[in-house]
Design a protein around this ligand. Structure first.
Ligand code: URA
Length: 476
C-alpha cells in the first residue's frame, strides 16, 4: 500500500505529480491511500515512485475536471480521480462517455466546487484594518467555504482588489496579498476584526437593493444560502426585510407614481454603454467566473447557471451552437443533451473529434417558457444574441481558432453579423469580424425536429458540412 499525503497548498500540482509517478509504476488505484495534510502517515507505506519518462498524455477534459475536483471536500476525491485516470489508460475515449457513473459523479463534484468558488467571490466581506502610516489600505475577511477553494479562488481577488492589501482567513488556509504578491499560508484561529464602516456600507447597500415587491424567499436563499449568513453583515437585516416586505410593497403600490429625474434616461444609457465596454477578460478561468455574474440581459434570472464553453486551450476548431438547452442548463456543460448526441453521432462518421474542439454557444443562458413541469426552449432574440456576443468575442480572442463552425442562425448572426437566411448560406465559409473563417451549417436540433422521412437527406447534408470542416482544418 502506498500512502500519498498531499500538501494543503499547491495540492493540484502535487496530486498530478503523484498520479503520474504511480501510473508510471503501474500502481493500481486499490493500492493507494490518499490524504491531504501531514496526517499520521502509514508506517508500512512504500515510498512514492518518482515521476519518470515522457509526460503523460491525458484528455484535456480530464485535466479540467481534476483541476476542480481536487478542491472538493469529499475525502475520496483524489482516489476517484486516480481511478478514472487509471481507467483512461485502457479506454482513452472514456471522457466522451456521458453515461459513465464515475465521470458523472466527478462532474457533479466539479460543479459543486465551481458553485462554491462563485459563492466565495460574491460573499467575502472585507473589513478595513487600521494600518497607521501604510501607503496601501489593508482589509481582512473571514470566510467559511464549502470546499477547499481559497487557493483556486484567490487569483480572482488579486485581480479584483489588486490596489489594496488584504488577507482572507478560512478554517482551512489563509491568503495574504501584500504589495501585489499573493501568499498562501496555513490556517489560523479566526481573528477578531471588530466593526468597521464597510459593514454599514453593506447594510445600506442591501437595504437599498432589496425590493419588497419582488421578494422570492426560495430564490433568495438559493442565491444566498443560509450557511453564509453568519459572516454577512447585511444578513441580519433579512428576517426583518422579509417580514415587512408585504406591507412595504402595498405602500409602494398605493403611493402615487414618482417621476424619474430628468437625467435618468441619460444615466441608463451611459450605464448600458459602460456594460458594453466592461474591461476585457484575460484568461479562461476568469472568463468562467465572470460569466456567472453576467447581467448583460435578463436571461440569467431564470436560468440555473451560465454555461461556459469547454475544450482544450489550443483547440483549432471552435464549434458554436445557439444556447444551452434544458440538459445543458442543469449540467453546466454545452451540448450534453439530445442535440449534442446527434452532433456526436454525425461528427464520429467524419472523424471529427469533439474533445479536440472548443464547444460553446452564442448565448450562455437557457431561455425557456415554463409549461407545466417542463421548460420549453425559446429562441434568443436579437438583443440577447447581441449582448452575449461580448462573451463569444472574448472566447474567440482567447482561443484564436483556425476555423469556427457556426451551427444555426443565432451562431451565424453572432459571428458574421449577418442575419440573412441560413439555408441559403449553409456550407459556405464566411468571416468573423477579425477575419477568422466561419463555416456555416444548420443546428443539430433542426435535424431532430424534422419529420422522420426528411431526416436522412438533412443528416447527409449536415455530415457533408462537418466533413468540410475536417477538410478545411487539414488544409489550414
Ligand atoms: N443546443 C445548443 O445550441 N447548445 C447546447 O449547448 C445545447 C443545445
Amino acid at each position: 500500500m502506498r500512502h500519498v499525503a498531499l500538501p494543503e497548498i499547491a495540492t493540484f500540482d502535487a496530486w498530478r505529480d503523484a498520479a503520474r509517478g504511480l501510473l508510471g509504476a503501474d500502481v493500481p488505484p486499490e493500492d493507494v491511500l490518499w490524504s491531504r495534510g501531514e496526517g499520521e502517515g502509514d508506517l508500512f507505506a512504500e515510498p512514492l515512485p518518482p515521476v519518470q519518462g515522457a509526460p503523460l498524455s491525458v484528455p484535456r477534459g480530464f485535466v479540467d475536471l481534476a483541476r476542480m475536483v481536487v478542491w472538493h471536500r469529499d475525502p475520496e476525491r483524489f482516489a476517484r480521480l486516480y481511478a478514472l485516470l487509471w481507467a483512461l489508460r485502457r479506454t482513452p475515449r472514456l471522457m466522451d462517455d456521458r453515461g459513465d457513473a464515475r465521470i458523472a459523479r466527478l462532474s457533479g463534484m466539479a460543479k459543486e466546487v465551481s458553485r462554491g468558488k462563485h459563492k466565495m467571490t460574491a460573499f467575502v466581506r472585507f473589513r478595513e484594518i487600521d494600518q497607521p502610516g501604510a501607503n496601501r489600505r489593508r482589509f481582512a475577511a473571514w470566510f467559511e467555504p464549502s470546499h477547499y477553494i481559497l487557493e483556486p479562488t484567490a487569483p480572482f481577488f488579486t485581480k479584483r482588489f489588486g490596489d489594496m492589501d488584504w488577507s482572507i482567513f478560512t478554517p482551512d488556509l489563509s491568503a495574504h496579498f501584500n504589495g501585489g504578491d499573493l501568499r498562501l499560508a496555513p490556517a489560523v484561529p479566526r481573528p477578531e476584526f471588530g466593526e468597521d464602516a464597510t459593514e454599514d456600507l453593506w447594510r445600506t447597500y442591501f437595504r437599498n437593493i432589496f425590493n419588497p415587491a419582488r421578494v422570492k424567499i426560495k430564490a433568495m436563499q438559493a442565491e444566498m444560502p443560509k450557511k453564509y449568513w453568519h459572516n454577512l453583515p447585511e444578513a441580519e437585516l433579512i428576517p426583518e426585510m422579509i417580514a415587512t416586505a408585504h406591507a412595504r410593497a402595498r405602500a409602494m403600490a398605493e403611493a402615487a407614481p414618482s417621476i424619474p429625474p430628468l437625467r435618468a434616461e441619460a444615466i441608463t444609457e451611459r450605464l448600458s454603454e459602460a456594460r458594453k465596454v466592461a474591461p476585457p477578460v484575460a484568461d479562461r478561468d476568469r472568463l468562467t467566473v465572470e460569466l456567472q455574474n453576467c447581467r448583460r440581459c435578463p436571461l440569467w434570472e431564470n436560468a440555473t447557471q451560465a454555461v461556459p464553453g469547454e475544450g482544450p486551450d489550443d483547440a483549432r476548431l471552435m464549434i458554436v451552437g445557439e444556447q444551452p438547452g434544458d440538459h445543458e442548463d442543469l449540467a453546466g456543460r454545452p451540448f450534453v443533451g439530445p442535440a449534442g448526441q446527434m452532433f456526436d453521432r454525425v461528427a464520429a462518421r467524419v472523424g471529427l473529434d469533439r474533445s479536440e474542439a472548443y464547444v460553446t454557444n452564442a448565448v450562455k443562458h437557457f431561455k425557456f417558457a415554463p409549461r407545466g413541469k417542463r421548460r420549453i426552449h425559446q429562441a434568443p432574440n436579437r438583443g440577447e444574441v447581441q449582448q452575449c456576443r461580448w462573451w463569444l468575442d472574448h472566447e474567440r480572442r482567447l482561443l484564436k481558432p483556425d476555423l469556427i463552425l457556426a451551427m444555426g442562425a443565432s451562431a451565424a448572426e453572432s459571428l458574421t453579423g449577418d442575419r440573412r437566411d441560413l439555408m441559403r448560406r449553409r456550407g459556405r465559409v464566411e468571416t468573423a469580424e477579425d477575419g477568422t473563417p466561419v463555416l456555416l451549417t444548420v443546428h443539430p436540433s433542426y435535424l431532430l425536429r424534422l419529420p422522420v422521412a426528411e431526416r436522412p437527406v438533412a443528416e447527409a447534408l449536415f455530415e457533408a458540412d462537418l466533413q468540410k470542416a475536417v477538410a478545411l482544418l487539414a488544409a489550414a
